[in-house]
Structures are given as structure tokens and as C-alpha cells.
Design a protein around this ligand. Structure first.
Ligand SMILES: C[S@@+](CC[C@H](N)C(=O)[O-])C[C@H]1O[C@@H](n2cnc3c(N)ncnc32)[C@H](O)[C@@H]1O
Length: 338
């Protein structure tokens, strides 16, 4: 088992722990903010994936492997929050329910158990269609109409649309592009993307491409700052821009911005991949937007710009910090719409 060195940031000044981070091979460090047990337990649980650099999934361009769905389905908190949201939404007597992107069927299962409505599932991944047909025949008494299509082709009138196409940064798996055409009540009702400045020695040098990671060693310089929100049903603009200011409390390093999201599934039922929140769900690792390693000045105000840009084919994020623009025109990373 990995050896973890705990540092309570309430009592140890950053200059001390920055020295440890800067060692040639730093030990695994947990910055605890005084909440030792909580943080440690989570880190040890994810030890298998800690510090891996993961390319963000692109479920619209690719068909996900079945093993990836099995991984999603381990997140019991996510499905219990969806169950609460679906229950509340069904109260307003939905006669037709569409599950958009049901994967292997966990959200369809919830709808079938809770509703006598006409239920349709629309999924683009052919491997999932086979599984859904099998489950429909054996578990759901053929109550579900299974449609093998892109959900953007079935935007007609449904009372309720249930979907989970969220990415680590909220909108990065193109949930907005898929759901914008629906005029129905939609779960999720809205989702907000956040960034916060961080430093981690695990960010690869000179690699300015967005990636997913759960760092065992990092510190954050501020709390997450909201960038933008998508709402459904709505006619959303797909291009977004946020200009955010923050103050470094110490003289400390920065080498990335960590992207996360929070989502309102329905009314007061929410989920988030921010570890500090009570509605935390572990399915999504944060999305890391790396920047050049820089030592910040104490009490100085800094500005970061982040943009969501879109063309007819792609969506990408550009970010600008200390005069340098990253991923201009999606040159190092973009998300395919088809
Ligand atoms: C993140 S997975 C979630 C799967 C499932 N709802 C769950 O909770 O396990 C998103 C699913 O949406 C499907 N999907 C993405 N975009 C789609 C589209 N435009 N039309 C139909 N299905 C889509 C993907 O193939 C994938 O199965």
C-alpha cells in the first residue's frame, strides 16, 4: 500500500509543503485542511486510478466499451440521486418518458419501476442496443420501446426526458448539444461548470492538453469559481466565456486549473464531482486544464479566462492565463459532435 504523508494546511505554511513537493521524488502527500479521515479514506479508495492521466471520453464520437458502463454503474450515489429526481418529476403525471443515452439500462430500470407511462430509450451504441433488447424481453415485459438512433433525431414531444450525458466539466460530453432540441421537462434541469487554480507535481511538464485525473498530491489556491450554466429546456448559446479573478493568499506555485461541475437533476436534487460537497458523486474525476508552472505573488490578484467554443464539427475549450492562450482553435484537443 502506498505510503501517505499527511500535511494539515491549517497549521503548516505553504512554503514548508512546497519544499516537499519540489523534491525529486516526492512522497504521496494528502493535504487535509484538518479533515484527515475523510480525505484519506477517499484517496485510499481510489488508489487504483490515482494520478493516472486519462484522455476525456467522447461518447458522441466513439461507442464506449461495455466495461466502461460497468464502471459507471458502481456509482450508487449517482443512481440514488437520479431515482429521487425521477420520482419527483413523475409526480406531474408524465404520460411519455424518453431516456436519452440509457447505456446498459440503469436509468430505464428506474423509470420502468416507477412509472406506467409510455417509455422509450434512444441509444446510439449498438452494443448497448443488444443488451437493452435482452433486458426489455426478460426484465421489463416489453414495456420499453428501444430505438437505435442519435437522440438528436427524436426531439419530438415527450413529457419527460431523462439523460446522463454529463462530463467531468459538465458540458464536455456535449450534453448541451444533444438536449438543446428538446422542449420537454428534462433531467438534468441545469449544470454549471467550475474551475479553481491548483498546483500538483503530478501534472506532466509542458503538456498543455486537457485531461482527467484524480491527484493524490495537490493543493488548491481558491475554492471552485463558477464559469457558466446550461439549462433545459432552453435555447442555450453553445459558446460561453468566463473571465474570473482570484487572489493568491500565499507565495505559491500554480500549474493547472481544475474543472468540475454541479448539476440540478430536478428541483432540489443535485449532484457534483466536487469532493468537498455533500452531493459528491465519485463517477467523474476532475478535468485538468494545465498552464505553465509559475510562482504566484502573495496577495496579488490574477485573471483567468476560459471559453467554450464551437464550430459545425467540434467543441473545444481555450483558456488564457498570464498572457498565454492554451488550445487555441482546439489545436491540441477538441470534442467531435458526430
Ligand atoms: C455517460 S453514458 C451514461 C449511460 C447510462 N445512462 C448510465 O447512467 O449508465 C452516456 C450514454 O449516452 C449515449 N449517447 C451519447 N450521445 C448520444 C446521442 N446523441 N444519442 C443517443 N445516445 C447517446 C452514449 O452512447 C452512452 O451510452
Amino acid at each position: 500500500m502506498a505510503h501517505y504523508l499527511e500535511i494539515d494546511t491549517q497549521t503548516v505554511p505553504p512554503d514548508e509543503y512546497i519544499k516537499v513537493f519540489s523534491m525529486p521524488s516526492p512522497p504521496s502527500i494528502v493535504l487535509t485542511n484538518g479533515r484527515t479521515d475523510h480525505g484519506l479514506t477517499r484517496l485510499l479508495q481510489c488508489a487504483e486510478y490515482c494520478d493516472s492521466i486519462i484522455d476525456p471520453l467522447q461518447p458522441l464520437r466513439d461507442n464506449l466499451e461495455l466495461s466502461v458502463y460497468a464502471q459507471f454503474e458502481k456509482d450508487t450515489k449517482k443512481y440514488s440521486q437520479y431515482e429521487k429526481a425521477i420520482k419527483l418529476a413523475l409526480k406531474s403525471t408524465a404520460k411519455s418518458v424518453l431516456v436519452a443515452g440509457p447505456g446498459r439500462g440503469p436509468l430505464l430500470q428506474i423509470v420502468v419501476e416507477m412509472s406506467s407511462a409510455k417509455i422509450t430509450g434512444v441509444e446510439k451504441n449498438p452494443q448497448c442496443i443488444d443488451i437493452l433488447k435482452e433486458r426489455n424481453a426478460h426484465e421489463w415485459q416489453d414495456r420499453v420501446e428501444i430505438v437505435h438512433k442519435d437522440a438528436r433525431e427524436v426531439c419530438g414531444k415527450w413529457d419527460l426526458v431523462v439523460s446522463e450525458m454529463l462530463g467531468s466539466f459538465g458540458c464536455n460530453e456535449l450534453s448541451p448539444e444533444v438536449l438543446d432540441g428538446f422542449s420537454s421537462t428534462v433531467i438534468p434541469q441545469s449544470y454549471t461548470s467550475y474551475i479553481r487554480p491548483i498546483y500538483s507535481p503530478m501534472v506532466p511538464l509542458q503538456y498543455y492538453v486537457p485531461f482527467l485525473a484524480h491527484f493524490s498530491v495537490f493543493y488548491s489556491i481558491t475554492n471552485p469559481m463558477p464559469c457558466w450554466t446550461f439549462r433545459h429546456p432552453n435555447n442555450n448559446s453553445m459558446q460561453k466565456k468566463a473571465v474570473l479573478k482570484f487572489v493568491a493568499m500565499y507565495e505559491e506555485y500554480i500549474n493547472a486549473f481544475e474543472g468540475t461541475f454541479s448539476a440540478v437533476l430536478f428541483q432540489n436534487v443535485t449532484i457534483s464531482n466536487q469532493q468537498e460537497t455533500s452531493d459528491y458523486v465519485p463517477s467523474w474525476f476532475p478535468m485538468i486544464f494545465p498552464v505553465e508552472k509559475t510562482r504566484l505573488e502573495k496577495k496579488k490578484e490574477y485573471v483567468v479566462e476560459i471559453e467554450r467554443k464551437a464550430s459545425s464539427e467540434n467543441v473545444w475549450y481555450e483558456w488564457k492565463f498570464l498572457g498565454k492562450r492554451y488550445n487555441q482553435n482546439g489545436q491540441s484537443h477538441s470534442i467531435k459532435k458526430h
